[in-house]
Design a protein around this ligand. Structure first.
Ligand SMILES: Cc1ncc(COP(=O)(O)O)c(C=O)c1O
Length: 402
């Protein structure tokens, strides 16, 4: 019900006013044409805050048209992606402490595609896949398409709990773990180096494969060592240029274990031939001329400012799990409240929030909402949305009405 509210609000079919309730919008009055009236503030989608990346991409496309660089990119090109693109991408990852090897890097249509390719190689249809107890919505979507049975593993402030992971492997006989050790989605947890050592060993002990989603690693000044670096022979390392540049580029990459390289390249062929070379060229040029690093610095600064606003406005209602500012913060569900009520009340106040998909329905202590701070067009819009969220949290009566 709460999702339907949020969706209807986003489509401009209903509008809500605090204290009055939710009303169906009268289309004949042309309210839908008035953007300011119909658009809710989106705190559900994890988009990066605007830092001028679109302008940079447009400028680069202009340069490519002018210098003829684009012309050769409209052909059928290697499925893996051009070496001229993989090399700068690998070098960029290496600067972040990732052991990236151009020969084993496969350029994909975003991280979502990379995850889906990796899973397709190691997780047979209908098999059990282990994930954190709350996981990325794209994994849920993939599981419902491929028929994977997701099994949530309990977490603490550092992400996956080693004992819980060990028993989950033993109980389910699963051979695949998908996880996000750095700035986990949706909680924002960051796994310590010591915990990473233990988790990697458990994966090895159970002869399993790992799909490591490191989409947010660029937000660290000094990125923790990946799980992949501990388990290169059984890990797929997933990265993306959606969050450090722009989601619409649809460029990501996966580094495969040596023995899966050729099968992964064939899987790209089977699912789309190749990632769009023009967009991969844009990314490669921005890496080479240093603009990507400048964007990363701006994204980190923006994330830090937006987190500060969230902490100031929401105070004790949130407890960020990491000193590194992410684009999302975790809002634990206060005792005695329901997610449905929180989502519905937020929709009434013109704010879209989405509850995560809990994979362990009995684990009520882990319920909450991921607040994505990047989408609001300005920091003041974000602040006003968070103030409304705080008012909803403070108004216990309203929140218990649904
Ligand atoms: C954890 C995580 N992985 C993967 C993705 C997908 O990234 P892309 O847009 O590159 O497919 C997202 C996007 O929200 C994400 O949050």
């Amino acid at each position: 019900v709460s999702k339907a509210y949020a969706e209807a609000e986003q489509r401009g079919l209903i509008s809500g006013e605090v204290g009055r309730g939710t009303f169906v919008v009268d289309r004949r009055r042309g309210v839908l044409n008035d953007k300011s009236q119909r658009q809710s503030i989106d705190l559900a989608l994890n988009v990066p805050p605007a830092t001028g990346a679109e302008e940079l991409v447009a400028k680069t496309l202009g340069e490519m048209a002018a210098d003829g660089g684009a012309a050769a990119l409209f052909d059928y090109l290697p499925h893996q992606g051009l070496r001229e693109h993989r090399e700068p991408m690998a070098a960029w990852l290496a600067d972040r402490g990732i052991d990236a090897i151009p020969d084993r890097l496969v350029i994909t249509h975003g991280a979502q595609h990379a995850i889906s390719l990796a899973m397709g190689l190691v997780a047979p249809q209908a098999s059990i896949v282990l994930t954190e107890s709350l996981t990325y919505s794209g994994m849920i979507a993939l599981a419902s398409t491929a028929g994977y049975r997701l099994h949530g593993v309990m977490m603490d402030n550092e992400g996956l709990l080693p004992e819980a992971l060990d028993s989950a492997f033993a109980e389910t006989r699963s051979r695949v773990l998908y996880c996000m050790p750095s700035l986990q989605t949706p909680t924002g947890a960051v796994m310590s180096e010591a915990r990473r050592d233990v988790i990697a060993q458990i994966v090895r002990d159970h002869d399993a494969y790992l799909v490591e989603d490191d989409t947010y690693a660029f937000l660290f000044e000094s990125s923790p060592h990946s799980l992949t670096s501990r388990l290169p022979e059984r890990s797929f390392y997933v990265t993306s240029f959606a969050k450090c540049l722009a989601p619409g580029l649809r460029i990501g990459a996966v580094q495969t274990p040596e023995q899966y390289r050729d099968r992964c390249i064939n899987a790209v062929r089977a699912t789309g031939w190749m990632a769009v070379p023009v967009m991969a060229e844009v990314v490669a040029r921005l890496i080479i001329n240093g603009d990507l690093d400048r964007q990363v610095a701006l994204k980190r600064e923006s994330a830090a400012r937006r987190n500060e606003i969230a902490c100031q406005v929401l105070g004790d209602w949130i407890t960020p799990l990491s000193p590194v500012a992410a684009f999302h913060v975790w809002l634990p569900l206060p005792a005695g409240r329901t997610l449905t009520a929180l989502v519905a009340e937020a929709a009434r106040a013109g704010i879209t929030v989405a509850p995560p998909h809990a994979l362990r329905p009995n684990d009520l202590s882990s319920l909450g909402i991921r607040l994505c701070l990047g989408a609001p067009a300005s920091e003041s819009i974000l602040e006003s949305a968070l103030i409304k969220i705080r008012q909803i949290l403070e108004n216990a009566e309203a929140i218990s009405l649904v």
